[in-house]
Design a protein around this ligand. Structure first.
Ligand SMILES: O=P(O)(O)OC[C@H]1O[C@H](O)[C@H](O)[C@@H](O)[C@@H]1O
Length: 447
């Protein structure tokens, strides 16, 4: 059960020689990464995480998940960026497409809503309305413990929880995932006595899905987090031990960098399963924050197909030729639905009678890959055997490892995100946060 990378369809865009040259750069970048000698090397805890994690905390996560499953109709996951996208990607990838809408008997686990990833009044208002009459718990997640969006959501929802259950019981329904020592959330959690889980110092937010950040919500959804870790461990082994020819993560890092150097500055990740939408959102943060700096990088974009073939398809086929495309293909569908024959073939679909929906989907995918290739969009494919925990663990690790290697090939520090502070400073100044008085005057004059 291995996640593999196939770049055979890029043959008309890149030569063997280019692969040989980039292979050397990829192997060098891997060496810098695993010897921990490159920029950002204090954020490499994710490399060994699948085999070297806090087993005691892992058990506590499973225990907390079981408690939440037994006493809550709803789990609210408060977090943004790396403190949100991995868990959401995993739950959507692993569980039912209509998870939150299923009957309680059918789902057997709590509804899960993500909040604190925007500052929308209507989103919060509708969520509060939805919580009416339901038992709920909160997992508030912030590595820094100071991010504005989740902090505001937590302040509002903590009050709702306290009004409903009283301070003592509310405290038992709040789980805080944050830094082991620093930040406002840690201070608050210690004071109120919440159960806490740790985001390790050396694991950056966007690389944290396999820590408590992702694992607690994923476990609450009923997914098997042991299998997820086993999959990641398997991905890690291949990424660390295999030579270039059998190292899918290295190949992915290499090929996208060759294409970048040929003017393909945008990478579109395409899926043919709606349940992979948030996996692409997670990937966008991972690659966007890791590579987009020093006026460099590949812009990560994503489409849901075949839906977006009817909206973005025109552009991909025929617009500016600065695109490359990576298709995530799930090889084995979760079940089979056959198209039946009809006596009168009014819709003209009888030629598909006896064929499965997945047969149609795969042919749409193959046809599209060739069409886009003909339209000068190099197409790569990541093959995922099936949508289960093991394969997802492999996939997470594949992407993380390739990201580290790719960032070093590009010549940036893949593990910082200095650019993110600019909007925060302006927002704080405009909001009148103490300490930002001078910027406030300058900004107000510009509005
Ligand atoms: O977990 P937190 O500290 O709240 O951070 C949440 C997110 O917001 C920040 O601004 C960073 O750009 C992201 O890398 C991070 O994942």
């Amino acid at each position: 059960m291995q996640v593999t990378f196939d770049y055979s369809k890029t043959a008309s865009f890149i030569s063997e020689e280019e692969i040989v040259n980039m292979k050397k750069l990829a192997l060098d970048a891997k060496e810098v990464l695993v010897s921990r000698t490159g920029a950002g090397n204090d954020f490499l805890g994710w490399i060994d995480l699948p085999v070297d994690y806090d087993k005691e905390e892992f058990k506590r996560i499973q225990k907390a998940a079981a408690k939440i499953q037994s006493d809550s109709d709803v789990l609210l996951v408060i977090g943004i960026g790396g403190s949100y996208l991995g868990a959401r990607a995993a739950i959507e990838f692993l569980r039912n497409n209509f998870y939150n809408c299923m009957s309680k008997e059918d789902r057997k686990t709590p509804e899960i809503y993500f909040v604190g990833n925007n500052i929308s009044t209507s989103y919060m208002k509708d969520l509060i309305h939805l919580l009416n009459g339901k038992d709920f718990s909160i997992n508030v997640i912030s590595k820094s413990g100071t991010t504005t969006e989740p902090a505001i959501a937590f302040r509002i929802l903590k009050k709702l929880l306290t009004d409903k259950y009283g301070a003592e019981e509310a405290g038992k329904r709040i789980y805080a995932t944050t830094d082991k020592a620093r930040g406002a959330l840690k201070t608050l959690a210690d004071k109120e006595g919440y159960e806490t889980f740790v985001v390790p110092d050396d694991v950056g937010g966007r690389f944290s899905v396999l820590t408590a950040v992702g694992l607690l919500p994923i476990a609450v959804s009923g997914a098997d987090i042991e299998k997820l870790m086993a999959g990641a461990a398997s991905g890690r082994k291949r990424a660390l031990e295999n030579g270039f020819e059998t190292n899918d993560a290295l190949q992915y890092a290499a090929v996208r960098n060759i294409l970048l150097r040929k003017g393909k500055g945008i990478e579109i990740t395409a899926n043919y399963e709606p349940s992979l939408h948030y996996l692409a959102e997670w990937w966008k943060q991972l690659y966007g924050e890791s590579e987009g700096k020093d006026q460099r990088g590949i812009f990560p974009a994503a489409v849901d197909l075949t839906a977006d073939l009817h909206s973005m398809g025109q552009f991909i086929q025929d617009g500016s030729r600065n695109l490359m495309e990576t298709v995530i293909s799930v090889e084995e569908p979760c079940g089979e639905i056959l198209i039946e024959a009809e006596a009168e073939d009014l819709d003209g679909l009888n030629y598909l009678a006896g064929k499965s929906m997945d047969f149609v989907n795969k042919n749409a995918m193959n046809g599209t890959m060739l069409a886009h290739t003909d339209g000068q969009v190099p197409n790569m494919k990541i093959c995922v055997p099936k949508q289960d925990e093991f394969c997802l663990g492999e996939l997470f690790y594949f992407y993380e490892f390739a990201c580290g290697v790719s960032g070093y090939i590009l010549g940036v520090n893949p593990f910082n995100q200095p650019g993110v502070e600019s909007y925060k400073k302006n927002m704080f100044a405009l909001l009148g946060k103490p300490g930002y008085e001078e910027q406030r005057e300058t900004l107000l004059a510009r509005l």
